[in-house]
Design a binder for this molecule. Sequence first.
Ligand code: NAD
Ligand code: DAU
Length: 349
Amino acid sequence: MHILVTGGAGFIGSHVVRHLLHAFPNYTITNLDKLTYAGNLANLKDVESMSNYRFVKGDITDAAFLEELFAGNRFDGVIHLAAESHVDRSISSPVEFVMSNVLGTVNLLNAARVAWEGDFEGKRFYHVSTDEVYGTLGREGMFTETTAYDPHSPYSASKASSDHFVRAFHDTYGLPVVISNCSNNYGSFQFPEKLIPLFINNIRHNKPLPVYGKGENVRDWLWVVDHARAIDVIFHKGATGETYNIGGHNEWTNIDLIHLLCRIMDRKLDRQPGTSESLITYVTDRAGHDLRYAIDASKLQRELGWVPSITFEEGLEATVDWYLSNQEWLDEVTSGAYQRYYEEMYAGR
Ligand code: NAD
Ligand code: DAU
C-alpha cells in the first residue's frame, strides 16, 4: 500500500505517520505538508530516515501541484489531516481557513477522484475532522454521528464545509470515503498555542495563564496516540461512506484541568504547592466560545473494537514529562513569529 498523509508534519499528523511506519513496515507513507507555522519536520526526526517514508513539501490549495503528485504516484489511500486548526486564529484570519480547509480539501478530493476514476476498488479517502462541527452541548448529552451540524467558529464552519464536500464526492462520484470526528487531543509535539502545551510553557516561564471567561467550558480530552490508533482502525476496517466519532469519554472543565496541570507542574518543577495556580488570570472570553463538547464513541468501540489505551492521568503526566524534557523543541517553535502571535492574540484581553 502507498498512503498519502496530508498535514503529517503537524501535531496529530506526525503521530499518524509514526504509527503507520511502525505498524506497517511494508507500506510506503508519503507525507505532504506545506510546513506552515504548525508544521515542523523536527516532529518526525525519529522516523525520517526509514526507507518507506517520503516527504513532499506542497500546498493543498494548489490544484495543479496535486494533479501532478497523483499522476506521479499510485496512491492506494489518502489520510487527510492538513488544515488550519486553531480556533483563535480562525477568528482573526477566517479566509486562510476557507482556503486550506475548504478549497484544499476539495482540491484533494478532486485529485483523488481523477486519479482513481474507473478504479475505486481497494482505494480509500479518509477525512480527519473534528467534533466542533456539531456545535455546542448544554450540561447534558453527547455528540453522536447523527447529531446535526451547527458550527460556530470560522474554524468549525470550515471543517463542517469540508465534511459536506467529502460526503458529496461519495454520493456524486462514488469516491470511497470515510470520515471521523474527534474530540480535543493532547500529547507530545502539539504547537504551544493550544491550551495544554501553552499553559505548560507559560508555567515554566512564570507567565500568566490566560483562562477564557470563567473557565467553565468543558472539553473531552483524548491522548493523541489513541487518536492515531483509531485512525488506523477506521482506515483499515471502517465501512465506506460511514462516519465514526472518536473520543476518550473524558470531560473536564477548563478550570479543573488547569488546576490539575498546575499541581503536576509544581511537583515536577519542585516548586511550592500553589506556585503555578497563582499564575491563573481570567481574561476576556473567546468570541462564540462553545460551552461543552462530549463525544459518544460507542459506534467505534462496538463496530471496530477501538478503546483508548491509557487513562487521562497517565497521559497528562507523560505529556508534561515530554514537554519538560524537550525544552529545545518548545524553544525552537516559540521563537520568531510565535512571539508576535502571542502578543497580538492576548493583547488587551
Ligand atoms: P496542526 O495545526 O498541528 O497541523 C496541521 C498541519 O497541516 C501542519 O503541519 C500544517 O503545515 C499543515 N497544513 C496546513 N495548511 C496546509 C496546506 N494548505 N497544505 C498542506 N499542508 C497544510 O493540526 P492538528 O491539531 O494536528 O490537526 C490535524 C487535523 O486533525 C486537522 O484537520 C484538525 O481539524 C483535526 N483535528 C484536530 C484535533 C485537535 O485536538 N488538535 C481534534 C480533532 C480533529
Ligand atoms: O474539539 C476538537 C478541537 O479541539 C480541534 O478540532 C481543534 O483543532 C483544537 O484546536 C481544539 O479546539 P479548542 O478550541 O477546544 O482547543 P484550545 O486548546 O484552543 O482550547 C481548549 C479550551 O481552553 C477552550 O475552551 C478554550 C480554552 N482556552 C484556550 C486557550 C488557548 C483558554 O481558556 N485559554 C487559552 O489561552
